[in-house]
Design a protein around this ligand. Sequence first.
Ligand SMILES: [Mn+2]
Length: 247
Amino acid sequence: MQKTLFIADLHLIDDRDDISQLFVQFLQHDAIDCDALYILGDLFEVWVGDDNKTPFNQHIAKHIKVLSDTGVPVYFIHGNRDFSIGKKFAKQSGMTLLPESQVIDLYGTQTLIMHGDSLCTLDIPYQKFRKKSRNKWWLTMMLCLPLSYRKKIARQARERSQLSNQGKAADIMDVTQSEVELQMSLHNVQLMIHGHTHRPNRHLFSLNGQQAERIVLGDWYDQGSILQVTPDSISLLNQQFSTQPKD
Ligand SMILES: [Mn+2]
């Protein structure tokens, strides 16, 4: 069957074996015969640099590489958690790094894909951080810091983000519809696919007098979430973990 798969927000981390096991199973079974796999950001819960070669990161890279070596193209767009994934890790895992937004031809439909964090324009403090962290020089400078120091900064940033997200109004954490429409119009598409908000859904609306759709991928905290597109169907699928999550 001709199919293209999209996933995002797996938030892989070494103390969640259930998520990484399901991901490996997905790579070995579901993705093995697809036309392309797109990973739209936040594959990892945290990324401090390609030089942080933990056994866990190497394990994940190896399994993505096995898929890509069979001839399945694997594309990656950075998320807000793993924006520092670089060329080394991409090469090691056989992934092609894409820019932060990209128009692809999805069986004849021009489709805009991205992580989705740039669409949450009402989250001003985050957008300020995003602007800074996506600057090439800032990132280069950060990656020059000792690995142990980067790990410490990442740990502190995660704690801060967990605290501040608790206090944010729900609509500030979601995308801004006017920004969605602006980006779709600028890229001349009627279909957009993104992750980030952890609100899997298909939103239909009118754009420039035509029907448009925005598909949101789900996160993998409680189950696997996969978007499967074939030449004549679109399905958001869930997969259950085979092992129980650890407390
Ligand atoms: Mn995200």
